[in-house]
Design a protein around this ligand. Structure first.
Ligand code: PEP
Ligand code: MN
Length: 338
């Protein structure tokens, strides 16, 4: 249920409404828009008596939400959410280019890649310190040492950092070193991790589970939102389906579909989406043209030597060409590439 406040309702009125709802044993989630506050209410099994709430000062309307994802839905918040990470904004007309190696392997490797990226105008560096690998015998990431290297990248190149948290135990440590916490495909329905990410102060980049429907994806985002973190960036990274060339089938249609269903920004990851560097540029261009709010692209200074995902990582020269192409496409679809 949503309580829509009047445009001129003040903080006191909002607080009073939240108190009244709390007395009913329910939770409130204020969603602050540019013109008014709406208060999401969750926790009710039965229909709440809306008429009583409508009599409270400052309340304009009480609306029952039909979607199962209450806080993530456009019904709850018609205007798009803009997730701000310093001067980088996800949603609201920009498209954010994020790139970097699948795994942080060494300081030299990250610095070499960061230099290429910074020169190409990239503002956000993505690299994994903790890696969720299919095989327990594969490289698992440098862990804390990797986080330290990422902090050095931020310091040296002024880049924002995205890195993955793979479990509840290390999420706080990861969050303290990064600007955006990535939650991976394999963890999309790790509900304790989603709730923990909801109590963290950093924005969350939530990747779609590889067999998840769009509704399940938005329900996963709902866990983060209802746990108190409004800054969720969704990421389409390909799903398992017949017809996939390589590791997955990049679901480009998910971009406009999700933008209609939800106010959250959605970015695309054509590297995991195609699993093959030969297909990455085409799908990156297509995702931008389809309206993605950003792109996540794996780049390695020596893809043939990469400890993970080298096959789908672009070499620096190929990334530079792609970045140029993306800069040309962005204005055609009313986006500002940052
Ligand atoms: C990654 O981003 O390197 C990764 C492991 O992605 P996903 O969770 O989408 O497989
Ligand atoms: Mn990877």
């Amino acid at each position: 249920m949503l309580i829509v406040m009047h445009k001129d309702a003040n903080d006191e009125m909002v607080a009073r409404v939240r108190e009244e709802v709390a007395k009913l044993g329910l939770e409130t989630h204020p969603l602050t828009g540019t013109t008014r506050v709406v208060i999401g209410v969750t926790g009710n099994r039965d229909r709440i008596d809306a008429d009583r709430l409508k009599t409270l000062k400052g309340v304009r309307d009480v609306v029952h939400i039909t979607e199962p994802f209450k806080l993530a839905s456009r019904e709850a918040k018609p205007e798009s959410t803009v997730v701000e990470v310093g001067e980088v904004a996800f949603g609201g007309g920009s498209a954010v280019l994020m790139a970097g190696p699948c795994s942080v392997e060494s300081r030299d490797q990250c610095f070499a890649i960061a230099e290429t990226l910074a020169k190409a105008g990239v503002k956000v560096f993505r690299g994994g310190a903790y890696k969720p690998r299919t095989s327990p015998y594969s490289f698992q990431g440098l862990g804390e040492e990797g986080l330290e290297i990422l902090s050095q990248v931020r310091e040296e190149f002024g880049l924002k950092i995205v890195t993955e948290a793979v479990d509840v135990e290390t999420l706080d440590l990861v969050a303290s070193h990064t600007d955006i916490v990535q939650l991976g495909s394999r963890n999309m329905q790790n509900f304790s991790l989603l709730k923990k990410a909801g109590s963290c102060s950093k924005p969350v980049l939530l990747k779609r589970g590889m067999a998840a429907t769009i509704e399940e994806f938005l329900m996963a985002a709902e866990y983060v939102l209802m746990s108190g973190n409004p800054n969720v960036i969704l990421c389409e990274r390909g799903i398992r389906a017949p017809g996939g060339q390589g590791r997955g089938l990049m679901d480009l249609a998910a971009i406009p579909v999700i933008q209609r269903m939800s106010h959250l920004p959605i970015v695309a990851d054509p590297s995991h989406g195609t699993g093959n560097k030969a297909n990455v540029p085409a799908l990156a261009r297509a995702a931008l043209a389809a309206g993605a709010d950003g792109l996540l692209i794996e780049v390695h200074d020596h893809p043939e030597r990469a400890l993970s995902d080298g096959y789908q990582s672009l070499a620096p020269a190929d990334f530079e060409v792609l970045a140029e192409e993306l800069r040309m496409i962005a204005p055609v679809v009313n986006r500002k590439l940052i």
